[in-house]
Design a protein around this ligand. Sequence first.
Ligand SMILES: Nc1nc2c(c(=O)[nH]1)N[C@H]1C(S)=C(S)[C@@H](COP(=O)(O)OP(=O)(O)OC[C@H]3O[C@@H](n4cnc5c(=O)[nH]c(N)nc54)[C@H](O)[C@@H]3O)O[C@H]1N2
Ligand SMILES: Nc1nc2c(c(=O)[nH]1)N[C@H]1C(S)=C(S)[C@@H](COP(=O)(O)OP(=O)(O)OC[C@H]3O[C@@H](n4cnc5c(=O)[nH]c(N)nc54)[C@H](O)[C@@H]3O)O[C@H]1N2
Ligand SMILES: [Mo]
Length: 766
Amino acid sequence: MAGKPPTGDPVQDAPEVTAPQHAAAGLPAIAHTLRVATDQMGLRRTALTLLKVNQKDGFDCPGCAWPEPDKRHAAEFCENGAKAVAEEATLRRVAPAFFAAHPVAELATRSGYWLGQQGRLTHPMYLAEGATHYEPVTWERAFDIIAEELAALTSPDEAVFYTSGRTSNEAAFLYQLFAREFGTNNLPDCSNMCHESSGSALSETIGIGKGSVLLDDLHKADLIIVAGQNPGTNHPRMLSALETAKRGGTKIITVNPLPEAGLERFNNPQNARGLAGRGTPLTDLFLQIRLGGDQALFRMLGKLLLETEGALDTAFIEEHTHGFQAYADAARTADWDETLAATGLRREEIESALRMILASRRTIVCWAMGLTQHKHAVNTIKEVVNLLLLRGDIGRPGAGVCPVRGHSNVQGDRTMGIFERPAPAFLDALQKEFGFAPPRHHGLDVVRAIRALRDGDAKVFLAMGGNFVAATPDTDVTEAAIRRARLTVHVSTKLNRSHVITGARALILPTLGRTERDRQAAGEQFVTVEDSMGMVHASRGRLAPASEHLLSEPAIVCRLARHVLGAASSTPWEEFEKDYAAIRDRIARVIPGFEDFNTRVARPGGFTLPHAPRDARRFPTATGKANFSAAPVEHPHVPEGRLLLQTLRSHDQYNTTIYGLDDRYRGIKNGRRVVLLHPDDARAHGLADGAYADLVSEWTDGTERRAPGFRVVHYPTARGCAAAYYPETNVLVPLDHTADTSNTPASKSVVIRLEPATASAGTDGS
Ligand SMILES: Nc1nc2c(c(=O)[nH]1)N[C@H]1C(S)=C(S)[C@@H](COP(=O)(O)OP(=O)(O)OC[C@H]3O[C@@H](n4cnc5c(=O)[nH]c(N)nc54)[C@H](O)[C@@H]3O)O[C@H]1N2
Ligand SMILES: Nc1nc2c(c(=O)[nH]1)N[C@H]1C(S)=C(S)[C@@H](COP(=O)(O)OP(=O)(O)OC[C@H]3O[C@@H](n4cnc5c(=O)[nH]c(N)nc54)[C@H](O)[C@@H]3O)O[C@H]1N2
Ligand SMILES: [Mo]
């Protein structure tokens, strides 16, 4: 049986609401997985494909970056991983006839969901200046067009090279090499909108911007604090790790404005207890915090530890840390009234958390976007580090920091040098290996790239994956900025909004996905990725490519580089395209930790990158120690009558890729334009459950932004804290509303007011 054709028209957004669930996965997850997968792939392909996900001889799941356990199940994937695979391995195709039938202006009126459902891109396509339709173009001509526009720039810094985190290590290494040989560090990536705040905070405090725990540490911890993360939806395989930990006696504290089903109870579909029994309860203490209240919470916990006899690991603090006194002085001034106001918690709740921390000899803190997407995100994460340092909980088994990464290779892309602010040592190594002088001045991150495009300072935009216009904040501003570009180019697997909001000229370059065979001159190739815990391993696609016209990402970069750089480059681009082992040999010589790369990655399961704090309690910071921080405590200021809005993911989406219109665990069906409100907040605004409201964001410069027609859902969220899905609500996030230091859009704390809707219901306008 082949896949079903996609629905023909924009979907009517008509949310139906039932009670939220209290457990994740179980049989409904399996049923849902199989339905979605067979719709896209048919039955045979579904079985063949899903059995290769995350196996040692298979491909890395294109879903999240959670690591694979050493002992793997025959089905080492989750419902949402299966959806990510089905989305890529779909049998639906977007061929030239599709583009002939649909003018770009018409496609720009379609929802992101509809665009994505059309299938895989099959041919390179070109939108000429002034043209109404994309037309097929040869690869040669496509590269010439890019070379032509790049040559016309007055400075290499007028070009922007974006990356989304699915790109393999090999492609990412070549891509940054190409950009730097061309002459710019303009390498913004999705990380700028994601864990940049974690990277900033961890580099300053422990000397490396990556998490310090391995999978097994979670099993060994006495206490795991999960703050600002919804693993039931976004990292479902993490629930198996939490379940194993729980069964060994680990306690879990959840810190979240929402009671997320996956953290309440887990029905593991891989065992009988999960399928037929009651599953495993996960959270022992739920702290229903206000949005942005985490820094205040962790600071108060620190103060309480300081006041408790024998609570500190003084030997560790003395030998391995710096700045304790300044921190302790600041923490002692933490005030209960302010803490309770910022967190919305009761004193007893915080004291319960303290008792659990005191009872734990090994504590891990896990977090994701709930901590990183705030104005004071970097200081919030530094506060998490403070708490762990007090107890010596970094650099020993069962303890540490665990920022849970998003895209499956977002961490690897950064390791490979996708960064607008590269370290001088990295550039030195590139220079030595490839014999050119890389640019030394910093490039543009995501927000700065949008400003540069808006102001006419950047003119060519190239994206290695992703969906830039839909993923970034301030949709109207960003779309206008992109439309000013001379040329926009997208290397993509699937159609998305970024292909239809274009510069004067535009190219779509279709590429192979993770699941597909990659054959080059030297034979069949594999690529490598790095997971959230610094494990590097091979990924080998098995399916026939979606079309014979696709090129792999490494091949696209190699050919682009040859067209653009020509004889000026002495890099062996042709060799690299033939055999990716040649790329890995160079990575081995440039990037520490990759010595003997080809040999070590050939081992089943791959290898672990070094991490000085984790491996040896060495902290490569400016002080040579782990740094305490004494930043003032902040929390969002919300004017009277206003609410704070967080923009988050439903269960049926992967970032801007919409799989369906349900958010099963939260009890929402058939619609995405919903706003979750505490019943008291809703009533204060005169909004009954089922009423429709416009969300109006208010920014400090007096400007307002409106997202019309959201169905109000009375929901058990924290008081004063609303929630709605991204990307529909990106129109509300002001471009300048970003985190200090990391410059990450503060998408989890947007001040809004609610107005009765001007129209009763919208179509799905994502
Ligand atoms: N299926 C699926 N998997 C994914 C993705 C996907 O879209 N779909 N996206 C991938 C990517 S790129 C990423 S980065 C991750 C994202 O993974 P998550 O960070 O889990 O994603 P969000 O939906 O943004 O959820 C944020 C969570 O933090 C909570 N939160 C929000 N603000 C605060 C706060 O101020 N304090 C606290 N304590 N909690 C808060 C929210 O209620 C929610 O539970 O998932 C990755 N995996
Ligand atoms: N308001 C708000 N905004 C947010 C967030 C939020 O929580 N709230 N989260 C932010 C976060 S954490 C992130 S990571 C960003 C995500 O930003 P992006 O990474 O830019 O967005 P995605 O939706 O993941 O990109 C999906 C597209 O990638 C392409 N693609 C998929 N697989 C491949 C592949 O293998 N190769 C290539 N070349 N292309 C491929 C497909 O064409 C698909 O349409 O969004 C950010 N934006
Ligand atoms: Mo992300």
